[in-house]
Every structure is written in structure tokens, then in C-alpha cells.
Design a binder for this molecule. Structure first.
Ligand SMILES: [Zn+2]
Length: 201
């Protein structure tokens, strides 16, 4: 509410935009309901499947799918700090998975496009606003939360960042190169737009 607005003006605004406000509140409530919370029984969108989080006390850390559950296993998953522990185990798992699969795929695609020599480093970092990034010096950075997305979406992101090694912009030539290696890219961009807020924790 701006400072120099009278109460009557506010009421008039609220009255006039009643439906819009109700709709926005409903959307927000829906978003909040879907927000990823790492807790026992919580819902998670994991590689495009709706799963329930299940904490399992065990000696070694692991994360795996079992029927409709995404099992997070390890020590300290029953006590007061269970959610914090589970968050750490899941984060560690996704980082390891990103390291193990994304780096090789980046190099393979860059090789195919004859851009392998341009890669200086492949890094992983959780950022709030970006899925990937490519610097003019050839450092490719990926948000490891992307490992919660379907493999095809991860491949699209890899294609996007690798193509930036040739075109450091979003020009027509850039998108043509992306399309040449990832013909369904619009679909994956759409998937990310629709679901990305569910991948953050
Ligand atoms: Zn880009």
C-alpha cells in the first residue's frame, strides 16, 4: 500500500479488484502447498514423479526410489533434527549425482560440437535464481537442484550452457544451435517454468 493513499481509495481498489486478489491469494496458497519441504511424509516432485518422502534410519547415507517413496536413509533421521539431517543427505546425493553425470555429458556434447577446448571448468552451486551459467572464460556452472528434474530437462540445460561456449548471448544463432542438439527445448523450458518452484529446498 503506497503512503499517500487514503483508506477510501484502498477500499475502492480492493472492491474493484476483488476477484483478481482472491485469485492471487488462491494461487499463492496452492504454491505454498506444493512447496518442497524436506520432512517425513512430505510431497516431492522427483524427476517428474509425485513421490512421498520417507526417512529411514540406517548406518549409511543413501537416497533411492521405492514404489511411490523417495527414501532418504541415514543416521539421525528420527530425532528433533531429522529434517535438517535429511536435507543434508538429499543435498549431498544430488551434488554427487550432478558431479557423476553432468560433467561427462557436458564434455561429450562439447566434443560433438567441437567446443571441448573451450571448457575451463564445470562447477555446481545452489543459487536462488539461476539453473545454469556460462562465463566468457569457459566456466560452466549448474545448479545441482536440477537433478530433481527429469533427465531430458537436465540434458536441455546442459545443451543450453554448452551452446553458450559458442554464442555468449541468446541470439537466433544461439537458439538454432540449441535446437540442433535438443529439438524439444521449448518443451523443457516450459516444464521448468511450470515446475521450478517445486524443486527448491
Ligand atoms: Zn542462457
Amino acid at each position: 500500500m503506497p503512503l499517500r493513499v487514503t483508506r477510501r481509495e484502498v477500499e475502492a481498489f480492493v472492491g474493484e479488484h476483488h476477484d483478481w486478489i482472491q485469485q492471487r491469494l488462491a494461487t499463492e496458497a496452492q504454491r505454498d502447498k506444493l512447496r518442497l519441504r524436506i520432512e517425513q511424509g512430505g510431497r516431492i516432485l522427483y524427476k517428474a514423479r509425485e513421490l512421498l518422502l520417507h526417512f529411514r534410519e540406517a548406518l549409511s547415507d543413501a537416497v533411492y526410489v521405492e514404489d511411490d517413496l523417495l527414501v532418504i536413509q541415514g543416521r539421525g533421521l528420527r530425532g528433533e533434527k531429522a529434517n535438517t539431517r535429511a536435507t543434508k543427505i538429499l543435498a549431498g546425493h544430488l551434488q554427487a549425482e550432478a558431479q557423476a553425470s553432468v560433467v561427462a555429458r557436458v564434455h561429450a556434447l562439447a566434443g560433438h560440437l567441437q567446443l571441448a577446448g573451450q571448457i575451463k571448468d564445470v562447477r555446481f552451486r545452489k543459487t536462488k535464481t539461476k539453473w545454469g551459467h556460462c562465463t566468457s572464460t569457459g566456466v560452466l556452472q549448474f545448479n545441482w537442484l536440477i537433478m530433481l528434474a527429469p533427465n531430458a530437462v537436465v540434458d536441455y540445460l546442459i545443451a543450453h550452457e554448452v551452446c553458450h561456449l559458442k554464442h555468449l548471448n541468446h541470439s537466433k544463432a544461439f537458439w538454432a544451435l540449441v535446437e540442433s542438439v535438443c529439438p524439444d527445448s521449448q518443451r523443457y523450458i516450459g516444464w521448468l517454468k511450470e515446475n521450478e518452484q517445486r524443486l527448491y529446498f
